[in-house]
Write a protein that binds this ligand. Structure first.
Ligand SMILES: Cc1cc2nc3c(=O)[nH]c(=O)nc-3n(C[C@H](O)[C@H](O)[C@H](O)COP(=O)(O)O)c2cc1C
Length: 190
């Protein structure tokens, strides 16, 4: 049987920061043998959506820099969004990537494609934030749930490592990380 494919959208500028540590622990806990591809938003430097409206008339985008992400979104079995909270939202490079999913919104609601992405998948949201607060996670969850409606993607679980400014100990999260990894993997077989 071919290996399943996981796609990680990574929103932190730090290779060894809190978000990277959370992703590493999540992958260790993941029960399936999976081929993971990580797109680092800060390396990829995807251009912002121009709102030009081309995708309202035909498939695709004026800018080809999103092609690899488009392919991964259409073919992956699992999606993981891993990010720090910046001003109660995504860091700008990751926000640019999510804005570029406007092409699927246009496909669905202007060009009438149902669904704009054929393959259904489940996703996990892994977040870190400096404050002892869930506000950023609540906002990001709302954003992701809306975007996922046109990505044929369902949010299966989430892990928030909050208070990273003061609390560097990730141990208490290991249980929920393992549960979330399990939920994502089990979801594939449903
Ligand atoms: C520009 C910027 C904005 C931030 N905004 C928030 C915020 O709104 N809420 C919060 O709790 N933490 C905020 N933080 C803190 C980060 O979310 C936190 O330090 C995070 O764990 C960093 O993850 P990393 O080590 O992967 O970069 C912000 C940090 C930066 C640099």
């Amino acid at each position: 049987m071919p290996k399943k494919r996981g796609f990680i959208l990574f929103g932190s500028p730090h290779q060894n920061g809190a978000t990277a540590r959370l992703v590493q622990a999540f992958l260790k806990a993941f029960p399936e043998e999976t081929e993971w591809t990580m797109v680092e938003a800060y390396h990829q430097k995807i251009a912002p959506c121009l709102g030009c409206g081309l995708c309202e008339h035909k498939e695709g985008c004026v800018n080809s820099d999103f092609d690899q992400i488009d392919h991964l979104l259409r073919t992956c079995d699992y999606l993981v969004v891993a990010s720090p909270v910046y001003n109660l939202s995504f860091p700008a490079p990751l926000k640019a990537i999510f804005d570029r999913t406007q092409r699927y919104f246009s496909a669905r609601f202007v060009r009438g494609e149902r669904p704009p992405i054929a393959k259904h998948k489940k996703a996990a949201m892994l977040l870190t934030c400096g404050a002892d607060s869930r506000d950023g996670a609540d906002i990001i969850r709302k954003q992701l749930k809306m975007i996922f409606t046109v990505l044929n993607t369902e949010l299966a679980g989430e892990v928030l490592w909050k208070n990273t400014d003061r609390d560097k100990n990730m141990e208490p999260l290991m249980g929920v990380l393992a549960e979330t990894a399990e939920k994502l993997a089990i979801a594939w077989d449903l």
